[in-house]
Design a protein around this ligand. Sequence first.
Ligand SMILES: Cc1cc2nc3c(=O)[nH]c(=O)nc-3n(C[C@H](O)[C@H](O)[C@H](O)COP(=O)(O)O)c2cc1C
Length: 215
Amino acid sequence: MNLDKLMSQHLTRAFDASKTIPEETLQQLLSFLRSTPTSVNIQPNHFYVLATAEGKKQLADNLGERFQDNSEKILNASHTVILTTRADVPDSHLEEVFNKEDADGRFPDPAKRALWQFMTRDFLNLRNYGYKDLNHWMEKQTYMALGMTMMAAAELGVDATPLEGFDPTSVDKAFKIRETGHTTTVLLALGYPDPAKAYGSPISRFEADRLFTFV
Ligand SMILES: Cc1cc2nc3c(=O)[nH]c(=O)nc-3n(C[C@H](O)[C@H](O)[C@H](O)COP(=O)(O)O)c2cc1C
């Protein structure tokens, strides 16, 4: 990964519609996304991978009135991922997580398994009734997966642009997302930049002395 290049690079706003991510690269990226960690392994996400012109159009047509600017990015991207997050954590979801951990052999020791499950429920109760931030907490996990996947894309030579410019109600409706117990959190456009439309200006960030405090 070329960090110097990443540090001086604008996020891609214009994709080259003629270029498609090779299937093997896409699968590598999706495997990576699948592997990203979440707090207490809660795995609150479902990802819609829009790989066809129809899928991307369905999203581009439903971004909401204020967000038409993002349509072209989605249509010209090779793929766009809708990252959705659970609206709550029903017991059925928790059971699914625990069953999968069992199937994957995560806790061969039954005592450790029981302790982990107790801790997970305890932590969820804290989020739900103490901090009262269950959904916000889960969406933070989603953003971490987003950031990690952007870095993985860079490693694979794919440009990745996160998009917050959309109306979640409209996107949820278009893809029947709420029916699954999830809501849309953020979008990730993936593809290759259109060199003719690349920004030539320098990126602008606060200086290090404004950002870092060494203690
Ligand atoms: C979480 C996130 C969401 C973003 N959403 C959009 C978006 O909806 N549309 C867009 O054109 N750019 C979007 N951007 C790009 C930012 O506006 C851009 O990175 C920022 O202005 C800095 O510009 P630079 O990347 O060219 O340095 C988003 C960036 C981040 C990190």
